[in-house]
Write a protein that binds this ligand. Structure first.
Ligand SMILES: *Cc1c(COP(=O)(O)O)cnc(C)c1O
Length: 347
């Protein structure tokens, strides 16, 4: 047996209680519909396995991933029929895998419908495009005989601009209603996190929040319902003392104006802490705050340790990573801020 590697000096703490509270809030806000959970991209990088385990434990029944390869690590945790694969079957071997595993594909096109039916079919969901023009069957194809042959559980569509108040929301909702009249399915679903706040007309039978489960706030009125879920923590690798005039990092974008103590921390753009944070990020140890100085590099970031110069190598810091505020500071979206968080974080 090879020796077990030590834990890396960066970790992503997941507040499971807050995750569960957020799902319950979204389920409540979904009114008579039930809330599912989008766990694609490894649960928006928080760790899909622990998210599915936690949410299935409190009654969440519907999970969404993009690819069947993402579902593979989840099929032991819940009934595979509760996992919908949003991109649908992408090849004959993908169909085979889904059928062997008991996963539920989301059919997005007539070719996918044919692929699924030719392999014997089975329960599926159907995605209708109502205006995002990404994946989904066009409204004009709803009457195709292939569609009539599908055993559809949930008729879905996906909102393009639910985080804004705009005419497109109502246009999409009306098309989704029209599709529901044309295809009678047991259940219908339209809302992502943001669309849950647009009211009961958008809820159908099932909502599909992702971002807000993990603490994201796509509409201001969600703030009172949603709690932060993740806290990245990083350790100090080295403490250094600079004299006035010394610079820090690539391209010397920071120069010390006086003698100061700095900390080199185990976090870089390879971990998803992009250069957008250079000169803008903040870390904390209790009450003390440490600004990022100079450029973020691949595996390291340097902070001004003046607020707590007694800190030493190996001490842990909390990274300031509130999703709404971080989006303001960096110009990245809350979705990007979550999904960027890299594989080196111990989860
Ligand atoms: C990602 C995704 C969701 C979740 O969206 P959020 O904005 O993260 O709540 C829901 N439905 C589909 C089809 C998706 O691709």
């Amino acid at each position: 047996m090879p020796p077990e590697a030590p834990q890396p000096p960066l970790r992503l703490v997941l507040d499971t209680g807050a995750l569960i509270a957020n799902w319950r809030a979204l389920d409540r806000l979904s009114g008579s519909a039930r809330a599912g959970a989008a766990v694609k991209a490894d649960g928006y990088s928080t760790g899909a396995r622990r998210v599915v385990t936690a949410l299935a434990g409190v009654g969440c029944r519907d999970f969404f991933v993009a690819y069947s390869s993402e579902a593979a690590e989840l099929t032991a945790l819940v009934d595979p029929g509760q996992i919908s694969v949003l991109h649908g079957p992408l090849s004959a071997s993908d169909v085979h895998f889904m059928q062997q595993s008991g996963l539920r594909p989301v059919i997005n096109s007539l070719p996918q419908a044919r692929l699924w039916l030719e392999a014997g079919g089975g329960t599926c969901d159907l995605m209708i495009d109502t205006g995002i023009n990404r994946l989904g069957l066009s409204m004009a194809s709803l009457g195709d005989p292939l569609v009539a042959k599908l055993d559809v559980q949930v008729l879905m569509s996906h909102m393009a601009s639910a985080d804004e108040d705009c005419a497109q929301n109502e246009v999409q909702r009306l098309r989704w209603e029209e599709a529901r009249r044309q295809i009678n399915t047991p259940e219908a679903s339209l809302a992502n996190s943001a669309a849950i706040m647009l009211g009961s007309a958008y809820h159908g039978d099932l909502t599909r929040p992702g971002l807000s489960l993990y603490g994201g706030i796509p509409r201001a009125e969600m703030a009172e319902h949603i709690a932060p879920v993740i806290q990245p923590q990083v350790a100090i690798l080295q403490v250094r003392d600079l004299v006035a005039g010394e610079s820090v990092g690539y391209n010397a974008t920071f120069t010390a104006s006086h003698a100061m103590r700095v900390g080199v921390v185990a976090l870089g753009y390879a971990d998803g802490y992009l250069r957008a944070w250079s000169g803008k990020g903040l870390m904390h140890h209790g009450e003390a705050a440490f600004p990022v100085i100079g450029r973020v590099s691949m595996d390291m970031t340097v902070i001004d340790l003046s607020a707590a110069p007694q800190l030493r190598e190996g001490d842990w810091l909390d990274l300031a990573y509130s999703l709404p505020e971080s989006a303001e500071v960096t110009g990245l979206s809350q979705y990007e801020l979550l999904t960027l968080l890299g594989r080196r974080f111990a989860r």
